[in-house]
Structures are given as C-alpha cells and as structure tokens.
Design a protein around this ligand. Sequence first.
Ligand code: PLP
Ligand code: ZN
Length: 412
Amino acid sequence: MICIDIYHSIHLTCINCGEVFPPNAVLYTCPRCGSLLEVRYELRVGVSWSIFRSRPFTMWRYRELIPVDTRYVVSLGEGGTPLYRAEKLARWVGVKRLYLKFEGANPTGSFKDRGVCVGIAKALECGARVVACASTGNTAASVAAYSARAGVKCVLFLPEGKVAPGKLFQALLHGATVIELNCNFDEALRLVLKLCGRGCMYLLNSVNPWRLEGQKSIAYEIADVIGVPDYVVVPVGNGGNISAIWKGFRELHDLGLVGELPRMIAAQATGAAPIVKAFRAGKVTVDPVNEPETIATAIRIGNPVNAPKALKALYESRGLAEAVSDYEILEAQVAIARYEGIGVEPASATSVAVLRKLVHEGVLEPDATYVCVLTGHALKDPSVVDYLSKWVERYRCGVGDIHYILETVLRK
Ligand SMILES: Cc1ncc(COP(=O)(O)O)c(C=O)c1O
Ligand SMILES: [Zn+2]
C-alpha cells in the first residue's frame, strides 16, 4: 500500500497558461483560461524496472508513477494486458515486426478501465457520491462497473441509438442510471461538462486529467515487455488515450527508465477525422466535424475535447495522423480476428488499418517495430456482423440438405 507521502509534490497544471492547482481541487479545465489540465508530480523515492517487475503484472506494478492515494483505489484487476507478436498479421500489413496491445482483455473489455479506476479513486478521495460521464459506450460500461464496486451512484449520458449493444448492456447490468439523449456524443459531453461544473456530480470523461494518469500505464507495460518500439499506433476519438500513452513514454524517459521515445500515430475514421485534418494543416486546435459518421461508433467524435493534448503528442513525437474508410476498418477487424485469433471492435481495428495504409503508400518503412493498440473487445459490438457478409461463411439449411452443403464447403 502506497500513500502520497512518496511524492515531493503533486499538482494540476494548465497546459496553456501554466497556472498550478492543488491535486484535490475538483477541476476539469483551467479556471483562468479554460484550457486543459495535466497532472504533474515529483517523486521522493527511486524507481526501477526491477522494483516494478517484482510485483504482479497489472497497471499497479508501476504505482509510484500513478500519483493517486492508493487507499482509495477500487480495483477489478485492470491493466497487465497481453502484448502479442503478430507474425501473420504483420505480413498482411507489410511490416517485419508488429505487436498488438490487446486492451480488450481489461475487466470491462476496454482500455477505459485503467483511467476510470484512477478517476473513481479521485472521486472517492474528493468525497463524491455521484459520478457521471457522456459516452460513446466504453467509458459508460467501465464507469458503471467501477462505480458499482466502489458503491457510488453512476449517471450516464448516451447519444440515443448510437451506442453499441454490448456496451449499453454492460451499463444497464451494473445498475447505472442511463439517460439517452437525442443528440450526438459531442453535444452530450458539452451538457455533462456544464452539469458537473455546478458540482453536483464528479465527471469521469477523459477531460478529467486523472483519467489519463491511469491510461498512460499502457506505455509502461509496452516498455516493460519489449522496450520502446519505433511507432505506436492508437485509435483516436477524444484524443485522451494517445496523449496519455505519450505522457507515459515521456515520463519513463525523464526518469531514465528508457533511452528513446516512440513516434505516435493517430488513427481515425474518414467520417470522423478532425485530428487528422488539424495535423495535416499543422494546427494546434481542431475545426469540429459537425455530423461525424463511422461504423466505429467508439470514435464517432467530431469535436475532440483533448485535441490540444493529442496534437501536442503528435508534434512532439514527430508522429503521423491518418484516416481510413469504414471498409478498411472492417477488413482490418476481420484480418486481426482471422490471422491472430484476437477479436476486437471496429474502432480498435482502425490502428491496424491505418498502419497498413501508410506502409502500402510508402510513408512508413517495413523494417521498424510497430505496436498497434487494440482498444476494445469484439463482443462490445456484435451488430457489425451484419456488415461482414463478404467475409462470413454462413449457411441456413434443412437437416436434409446437410450432405450437399458439406460437399460444397469441403470442396472449397
Ligand atoms: C474502443 C475505443 N477505441 C478508441 C477510443 C478513443 O479513445 P480517446 O477518446 O481517448 O481518443 C475509444 C473511446 O471511446 C474507444 O472506446
Ligand atoms: Zn490556464
């Protein structure tokens, strides 16, 4: 058990004006300039890979680097997800060394558990009795599960008819109050930000900087298992996760635990690609996409709240941003499942689809080490099977026809 006395200092810093706030201030944006906040800390104790590796492989192996009071942590065993070497998929993509960080193996089936676990700890520390979020689905599922375990009330704001069935089921199963709004995710987030700003509920969207303190552990785990890859490809919606992973690598570098840094690649769907457009234009903020549309509902986001942090991660790491069509996303989802036996939801497959596109276009070299982050489990969204007819072998027949069908199947 580790408390906060292992730190010289922990504070929230505005990424724009540099104003500093105490760590237990319930703030989601800078009260002075309205920009995003970041958690900064200075350790009083030394850390090393051998200390980390003497502990079980969960994200709490790196607990000194996650500056939250662990007395408030309610865990479901988040993190410690597999990093698979994917040789057959690497051939399909066109690269020599490809690894897949399978975040679908988290307790509720997505990377959100890492951040929500830390966010809930902070909510408990601040004495919050109700937590809330707007969600395209995975945050809702995660917040519902962790708040159930922590014994706090949970209110979820979801865009009606736009959340994958598995995620909605999880939210309802864990007993959250689900409010379905006749608007898109971006509008739902704006609403919940306003409501939480009044202080009646604790906000658990990734604009809350504590969420990112949990999610940066993806970087720690990658570096722990294979060292620093040349590139890390991340599906991007609100831009929280890619900035968290970049923060994780930078912290390891600052602590002298790694010698290099990876280049970050943002993967989006063409119908919802404001970060890609801003990056191409060399801008530090985005022009919102008003009607974002993609089969990858988790990243159907037009006005990403963490855009300044995500773009900073891309520029600082000399990274790239690219978008792919829904067809390319589904094709990659099927390839990941067929070549490697890993089932992911469409948003997650965006990382592999983008990598393949950039390699085929000659933008990225085949002879580098790539990690694609696979953000969520296939069972989150079984409804996409309706779009997979081109790839699915499925027969409906009477028992009497079985010999005929089998003959056809086995001759193939
Ligand atoms: C499966 C999945 N992938 C990617 C993302 C995008 O993450 P971020 O919003 O942090 O960019 C989300 C966010 O909802 C998600 O659920
Ligand atoms: Zn500020």
